[in-house]
Ligand binder design. Structure first.
Ligand code: FPP
Length: 249
């Protein structure tokens, strides 16, 4: 894993769109600070963040990226004030209702990574409906991490594998990395090549820890609501300037 702070040396024109990473993952951080700086409630920051998500997801589809994964709500985010949690859930609901109406036109596939069981029945049903519609499309896949925690995901996979071993369907000694991958929420999705975290924080915060083992990291001080297509291009250009060795030479 290589950790680089944004060097700010690349310009939009320097992205080679013919060799994009397959999978970009983003921690949409900084909504609260963005709102605070404007004297607005935190919920206004999340609303602005949802707009940025729309812009970036559409851009990823337009440039031909295969997978975009975003962190919308973590297993730890329930600790936030009830009003803020409910505002984020409402934004998700609003987005999904709009997305369902546009999916046929946009051909964007959607998948949810996380334990959806504590969500409202309505939101859960919307998530399942968008996933079901998505099975009819090829093209850019947007994964939304919702009530997602990387450690929680690994624990769930371990539990499932342990149960299969106990039932005699598997031999513990011959378990492989592929067996673990197949039991993660992200089963079937390639690992992220590039993980982006805006807002100046330099940590992973339980976001795709297994899947990011060989990811490149890009950090920028820009707050998520101010993150633009141009900023994504900077991250892509920076990614393209790196040499990935995956433990080789
Ligand atoms: C982190 O910023 C952001 C969140 C926990 C919520 C992200 C949710 C959205 C962008 C809206 C809904 C999503 C979709 C996909 C439509 P923070 O509040 O921790 O910011 P801070 O660190 O500045 O306080």
């Amino acid at each position: 894993m290589s950790l680089f702070k944004s060097r700010g040396t690349k310009r939009d024109g320097e992205v080679d769109f013919s060799r994009l990473p397959r999978h970009v993952a983003i921690i949409m951080d900084g909504n609260g600070r963005w709102a605070k700086r404007r004297g607005l409630p935190r919920t206004a920051g999340h609303a602005a963040g949802a707009e940025t998500f729309r812009t970036i997801a559409t851009y990823c589809k337009d440039i031909g990226l295969e997978y975009l994964t975003v962190y919308a709500f973590s297993t730890e985010n329930w600790k936030r004030p009830a009003e803020e949690v409910s505002a984020i859930m409402d934004l998700l609901k609003k987005y999904l209702l709009e997305a369902i109406g546009k999916m046929e036109r946009d051909r964007v596939k959607m998948k949810f990574l996380g334990d959806l069981s504590p969500l409202s029945k309505e939101l859960c049903a919307l998530c399942r409906k968008t996933e079901e519609i998505s099975t009819h499309y090829e093209g850019c896949q947007v994964n939304i991490c919702l009530n997602y925690g990387g450690r929680d995901e690994i624990v769930q996979a371990v539990r499932a594998l342990a149960a299969e071993c106990a039932a005699g369907q598997r031999n513990a000694a011959s378990l492989t990395e592929e067996d673990v991958c197949a039991h993660l929420y992200s089963a079937g999705i390639p690992d992220p090549d590039l993980v982006i975290r805006p807002s100046g924080e330099l940590r992973l915060s339980n976001f795709l820890p297994w899947q990011s083992a060989y990811a490149e990291f890009y950090f920028t001080d820009v707050l998520w609501p101010d993150f633009s297509k141009r900023e994504l291009n900077r991250a892509l250009a920076d990614f393209q300037s790196r040499s990935r060795r995956f433990g080789g030479v």
